[in-house]
Ligand binder design. Structure first.
Ligand code: KIV
Ligand code: NA
Length: 275
């Protein structure tokens, strides 16, 4: 399994780090089989697999539940689990307890937290406790109602300067990596240059140290529109819907199940039954 040291070396060697979300056993198995460098059990699971319209309803229990399934599918891949909404804001104690549960019960190798203001102390406390932390800046979906929507962050010089400062603070607090979501590519590149820890971008241009995408977006297994920063490498939903339609029509026509899908009783046993 790759660890924090490997990710640091990859940054130094300019070898891009690949990260993909996974939320269950089969997706984690596929991600590991394909060879991603790390898996994120993102709280995006609230929207992608639980059908909420934001990540806000996601609980620590949801994250533990899904992390356990992912780790069973990807035992040899570094798994980062999101700390969900309000699970790292109430107090240092609560934050430590919640993060410890993600590791001890879920099996996560690291946790991820959003934001810098008020959060860098938590990053330091978790790190002190032996819990590796990935920071997340730019568009931070748990704060969507504070930000006023899912919008590109750090577009003007002042906001960009704050982002760069926040990134440095997260690194100083002990973060092992930084996810940068939805920022101008120039800022993705600048922060990547200024930090010694790896940056992992999503909608942050191609000069970050790594990239992350949501599993369902990448394979086209979602519903509806995807953001501008997503590239869909397949349209799996179409394959699935076609398969289900065929199943329905074959059952309606009694052409499924066929002989080969059925169990047979021997002639003499049938005679015994009816004879
Ligand atoms: O929850 C998630 O999937 C994320 C990524 C988009 C970085 O946080
Ligand atoms: Na997330």
């Amino acid at each position: 399994m790759k660890t924090r040291i490997d990710f640091m070396n990859m940054k130094q060697n300019r070898e891009p780090i690949t990260m993909l979300t996974a939320y269950d056993y089969p997706s984690a198995k596929q991600a590991e089989y394909a060879g991603v460098d790390m898996i994120l059990v993102g709280d995006s699971l609230g929207m992608v697999v639980l059908g909420y319209d934001s990540t806000i309803p996601v609980t620590i229990y949801d994250m533990i539940h899904h992390t356990k399934a992912v780790k069973r599918g990807a035992k040899n891949t570094f798994v980062v689990t999101d700390m969900p909404f309000m699970s790292y804001h109430l107090s240092k104690d609560e934050s430590l307890k919640n993060a410890a549960r993600l590791m001890q019960e879920g099996g996560a190798d690291a946790v991820k937290v959003e934001g810098a203001d008020g959060v860098t102390d938590i990053i330091a406390a978790l790190t002190y406790g032996g819990i590796p932390v990935v920071a997340h800046l730019g568009l931070t979906p748990q704060a969507v109602n504070v930000l006023g929507g899912y919008k590109v962050q750090g577009k003007n010089a002042e906001a960009a300067r704050k982002l760069i400062e926040d990134a440095k603070k997260c690194q100083a607090a002990g973060a092992i990596a930084l996810v940068l979501e939805c920022v101008p590519r120039q800022i993705g590149e600048e922060i990547t240059k200024q930090l010694t820890i790896p940056t992992i971008g999503i909608g942050a241009g191609c000069q970050t140290d790594g990239q992350v995408l949501v599993y369902h977006d990448l394979i086209g297994y979602g519903s509806g529109n995807v953001p501008k920063f997503v590239k869909q490498y397949a349209q799996v939903a179409v394959t699935i819907e076609t398969a289900i339609s065929h199943y329905i029509s074959e059952v309606k026509k009694r052409s499924f199940p066929e002989e080969k899908h059925s169990f047979n009783m021997k002639e003499e046993e049938l005679n015994g039954l009816y004879g």
